[in-house]
Every structure is written in structure tokens, then in C-alpha cells.
Write a protein that binds this ligand. Structure first.
Ligand SMILES: [Zn+2]
Length: 593
């Protein structure tokens, strides 16, 4: 749904010292822990406190979390209660023994049911995660769960929390492959949680928002028209802070959207933010809060279909960079992209301070050379670079993807509550097989869901085939803002690893992610929004970065059964809006008759 956009910069300045977390941005307020196989050895249906054995290193790991101010809850399935294998009193004694050995927990959340009870709290259902977050006074998005099997991870992601899998010998390898984040033991998981939390805070040894000379009044490039419902224009913002900061994120709309939190962090402290993006990212750039000016130029060392490098083109780019007259530049990249060619050009036009992530040795091209381990979500990667450059996200700005408010969806989409299915992708390897997408539409419509199929101007034939006369076909739209409006009005979005997944995350709309494993799910999956991942995480395309599926039959996605999508929607709490119907009736309903 469209959301209110506060004057982020104003609130950032006011709130910087009074916000949540004592002035330091926080990814996580709480850590949720599975019990058996995670905190203590898995003794099946144990009702005997004497048989409680902590997992190695558990006490020290939990104490490190407590010392960092994180709240702790246990979320555990105990079907032994339903089976009558132990009593609640015995369970209470076991939990008392756990606390004796491992220290206190702020909450215990127990599902007492068995699978046959079909309750809504047994993991992988997300209810315990929601309940734990509520009990701890926070939201699932600010929680990270540690567990040892796929049910734990699924429950956490379906609630919008993050999840770390710590495999044990009972963990199936497919569960490990599908997890967004894997650690070898509890201590390693905790160390990485604390590292990620710290990485978005400013380095202790440098002041934030360094004060530099007032900005030049020169403005170049294309000035974005203020979108509908946009925040205040620059002239209404308070002064102070750093002058003009050039932020850079080339490549597609999705890349620009996931960089948004990092750019907001810069905008909270800078007087003026100029975003340099590529032509395919332009429409997303116009939706980003905090950007004053958008400048478009394709960077041939980043673009997947690069134009040749020519002297005249580089001369135009160099002149554009010079005219921006930036006081400093922050070059955001994905982990396989190099910031260094652009850093060189920025140096030649006299930009004095340049920050970027670079594993390659940058020599004197960078002032802040930041490093990030592989596997960190792209938005966190951007936030940590901004923080390293001295621009932490203000504590009152929730670490989440966010875009400017959009108008209500078009009337053709129907009233909100519909489910969007977006079958295409710029990269074929990440799009849905058309036959599968059509089968999913049929299954959802027959179950009583209203389905809207979306696609770009070159996907008209695809969306018509997938909609099949029983779903609303909104294929052919050209404007990203229109797609954003349709997504924002949806109850859920079913999509591959492509731009609309990030649009959904930005508007808080749950995602059924049909994720081709060509890139890591933990890095590119929908961030901090309720998500269910489907597809084969071990398909041969795993890790290939392929744009075109290298395997006949597109097996990573073609094996998905439409019923799995229905189940995923149920996990996400998205119910059909009308009773189940036969396909013929669905055809009439879908065609509006
Ligand atoms: Zn239950």
C-alpha cells in the first residue's frame, strides 16, 4: 500500500540523537532461537531436565548477544505435548534447566501442536515469529532467527524476519542450499549478526556528516519532476551538513531500488544528493526518496550489454561529472562490479573524497576503501558503505527498501487484494517458464484468488498467454511508476528474481519468490519483507550469474508445482477473496462478465 513519506532529512537531523537505539542505526532488535538442535542437543521428545545438553559455545554466544543489547526469544515446535509424550509441567522444568545453563531469555514461544492439528503456529508457519516480535516490543523485520532446519528459515522469512541456518547432521542439504544465510555453528552465526549490525553504524573514530564548504549552486543533468505525493523540494529543507554528494548506482531498476537505503543515509546528512545511474535505472531513480537530481549515463564497465568505450563518450561523461561539482562521491556497486574506472574519472575532475567497495587494490583512487563479505544483502552492503563514508542511516529511518508514494492502482486491476503475477524478467534465466506461469494463474483463480498479470511492452504476448483469459492482463505498460502502483495495491506478488520483487519489498507487499539460483538468494532475495522462496536451489545454474538459462528446460523453476504457490500464499496470510470456483466460472469472472 502507498505509504506516508516524512521529510526524511528533517526528521533525520532532529532524531539523530533521540531516536531508537541511542543514536545508532540498528538492523536488529532481537534474535530468535530455535531450541532443539540449535540451543541444545536434539533429544527427541525430551521431558527430562537432566538430559538437557547445550550446543557447543551456546552460552558464550548468547551472552555476546545480551551484551550487545539484543533481546532473545526461543521459538520452538514441541509436538511431544500433542502426542502426550511429556506434560507442560515437564516442559517447564526443561526450560528452567535451559535457562540455568544458558542464561535468561526474554520470551518463550512454544507450539504445542502436531502436524495433524493443522494449527497456524507450528513452524514453518510464521505465527510464532510474529508473536515473539510482539512480545519483545519490536517487528519481525528487526528480528533475525537462528535455526537448524528449513522449517525455521521458512517461518522467519514468511514473517519478514531474517534467518541464519546452522546445519546439523539432520539438516537436509537442500535446506542448506535454499537458506539465505548459513553459518557453521552458533558462535559464527552470532559473530556475523553482530558484525552486520555494527557495519551500518558509523566508524567510531570519525565524525559523521563531515562539514565541508557550502555547495555550489550549479545544477546539471536532468532534474526529476516531483512525482505524485513527493516530499518537499530542496529549497524547503533545512541547511547544514555536507554539501553536494554524488552517489552512483548503475545498472537496472532493481539495482537502484536496493541501493535506496544507502542513498537515504547519505541524504540525511547532505545538502544535495545527485544520483548518477544508467538508462535502465532512471525510472527507479525518480521514485527514490532523498535524491535531488538524477544524471543518466551508461557506464560501459558495468552495463551487461555495454556500448563500446569511445573517447568522445568518455569526454561527455567527464564533462558531466565536472559540472556536478560534487564535494564527494560514493560509488555503490554490486559485488562483481568495479568502482575504479569511475573513481579515476572523478579524480580527474577534482572530486576530493571518493568512497567505494573494492576488493581490487585502488591505489590513490579511493579515500574510503570499504570491504564487504560475500553473501550480505545488497541493501545492507550499500548501507555499510554509506556508514563507512560517514553517512549512517538515522536511527529513526527504518532500514527497509522504500520508494515514493504512488497513486492508487488503475481501475482495471480491480480493488486492492488481488495477487500480482509477473512472469517476465530482463534476464531470461530469472523469468518464469510461461507454461508454469499459466498453470499457476489457473490454480490461483480456481482457488478464489484474483490475479493480475504484469509485464513490460515487449512482454505483451507472454502476459496474454499467462493470463489465459481468466486473469487481468495488464501487460504492455511502459512506466515503472505504473507497475509500482499495481504492485503497491497487491496482497502479494509472485515473481522471479527481478525488479518487481524489490518494488514489492519497497511497498511492504509480501513476495512469493520463484528464485533462480544464478546469484545468491541471501544477497538478492526480497529484503525485510515477508517472503516465501520456491524453486530448486541446487539447479545447475546455481552461482553462474547466467542471463540466459544454461540448462535445457529451465529446471530451477520448471519443477515448481502450482500448489506450492498456493501454500506459499497461505503462509504469507494472503487468503482468496472469493470462494473456490471451476475454471469455466473463473473464465467468466476473469473476463469481467
Ligand atoms: Zn501450533
Amino acid at each position: 500500500m502507498p505509504q506516508v513519506e516524512p521529510d526524511q532529512r528533517r526528521s533525520a537531523r532532529v532524531g539523530a540523537r533521540s531516536g531508537r537505539g541511542g543514536g545508532v542505526p540498528r538492523l536488529f532488535d532481537a534474535v530468535l532461537l530455535d531450541r532443539d538442535g540449535t540451543l541444545i542437543e536434539d533429544v527427541p521428545y525430551n521431558g527430562d531436565p537432566q538430559r538437557v545438553r547445550p550446543m557447543p559455545g551456546a552460552r558464550a554466544a548468547l551472552d555476546a548477544l545480551r551484551a550487545a543489547g539484543l533481546r532473545l526469544a526461543v521459538v520452538t515446535n514441541q509436538s511431544g505435548l500433542a502426542k502426550g509424550l511429556f506434560t507442560e509441567a515437564q516442559l517447564g522444568l526443561v526450560h528452567a534447566r535451559v535457562e540455568q545453563l544458558l542464561g535468561p531469555f526474554d520470551a518463550w514461544l512454544v507450539c504445542p501442536h502436531d502436524d495433524e492439528d493443522r494449527c497456524d503456529c507450528r513452524k514453518p508457519a510464521p505465527k510464532l515469529i510474529h508473536a515473539a516480535a510482539r512480545r519483545l516490543g519490536t517487528t519481525p523485520q528487526r528480528c533475525v532467527l537462528i535455526g537448524d532446519i528449513g522449517r525455521d528459515v521458512t517461518a522467519a522469512l514468511a514473517a519478514g524476519a531474517q534467518a541464519v541456518l546452522v546445519p546439523t547432521p539432520v539438516t537436509r542439504s537442500a535446506e542448506t542450499s535454499a537458506a539465505p544465510w548459513v553459518a557453521e555453528d552458533l558462535a559464527t552465526a552470532v559473530a556475523e549478526i553482530l558484525r552486520r549490525q555494527t557495519a551500518i553504524a558509523p566508524p567510531a573514530d570519525r565524525p559523521t556528516a563531515p562539514s565541508v564548504a557550502p555547495p555550489s549552486p550549479v545544477a546539471v543533468g536532468t532534474v526529476s519532476p516531483p512525482p505524485v505525493g513527493a516530499g518537499p523540494t530542496r529549497s524547503s529543507r533545512p541547511g547544514g551538513g555536507t554539501g553536494t554528494v554524488l552517489v552512483v548506482r548503475s545498472d537496472s531498476a532493481g539495482d537502484v531500488v536496493v541501493t535506496g537505503p544507502g542513498i537515504r543515509a547519505v541524504a540525511a546528512h547532505a545538502r544535495r544528493v545527485v544520483l548518477l545511474c544508467g538508462p535502465r535505472g532512471r525510472a527507479a531513480a525518480d521514485l527514490l526518496p532523498g535524491v535531488d537530481t538524477v544524471v543518466v549515463h551508461q557506464l560501459p564497465w558495468i552495463d551487461p550489454v555495454p556500448a563500446p568505450v569511445t573517447g568522445p563518450d568518455i569526454a561527455v561523461l567527464t564533462a558531466t561529472l565536472a559540472a556536478i561539482n560534487a564535494d564527494e562521491a560514493i560509488i555503490f556497486t554490486s559485488y562483481h562490479q568495479s568502482p575504479l574506472p569511475l573513481a579515476l574519472l572523478l579524480r580527474t575532475v577534482g572530486v576530493e573524497r571518493i568512497s567505494a567497495i573494492s576488493d581490487d587494490y585502488p591505489g590513490s583512487l579511493l579515500d574510503v576503501r570499504h570491504r564487504v563479505p560475500v553473501g550480505v544483502p545488497e541493501p545492507e552492503r550499500a548501507l555499510s558503505l554509506a556508514a563507512a563514508a560517514g553517512y549512517p542511516l538515522p536511527p529513526d529511518d527504518e532500514p527497509a527498501l522504500r520508494l515514493r508514494p504512488v497513486p492508487p492502482p488503475p481501475a482495471r486491476a480491480g480493488v486492492p487484494g488481488y495477487v500480482v503475477l509477473h512472469p517476465g524478467s530482463a534476464a531470461q534465466s530469472r523469468g518464469l517458464p510461461p507454461d508454469l506461469a499459466a498453470d499457476i494463474v489457473r490454480t490461483l483463480v480456481e482457488a478464489g484468488h484474483r490475479v493480475v498479470v504484469t509485464g513490460g511492452p515487449d512482454e505483451v504476448a507472454l502476459t496474454a498467454q499467462v493470463a489465459g483469459g481468466i486473469a487481468v492482463d495488464l501487460g504492455g505498460g511502459t512506466e515503472l511508476a505504473d507497475l509500482a502502483a499495481i504492485v503497491a495495491g497487491a496482497a502479494a506478488v509472485i515473481v522471479g528474481n527481478t525488479g518487481p520483487a524489490h518494488l514489492a519489498a519497497a511497498y511492504g507487499v509480501p513476495v512469493v519468490s520463484l528464485f533462480a539460483p544464478t546469484v545468491p538468494f541471501g544477497q538478492w532475495g526480497p529484503w525485510r519483507v515477508p517472503t516465501v522462496r520456491l524453486g530448486d536451489p541446487d539447479a545447475p545454474c546455481r552461482g553462474t550469474r547466467a542471463a540466459t538459462c544454461p540448462v535445457p528446460g529451465h529446471p530451477c523453476l520448471s519443477g515448481i508445482r502450482p500448489g506450492e504457490v498456493l501454500t506459499a500464499l497461505t503462509l504469507l496470510g494472503v487468503a482468496p477473496t472469493r470462494p473456490p470456483m471451476l475454471a469455466e466460472a473463473a473464465t467468466l469472472a476473469g473476463s469481467g462478465r
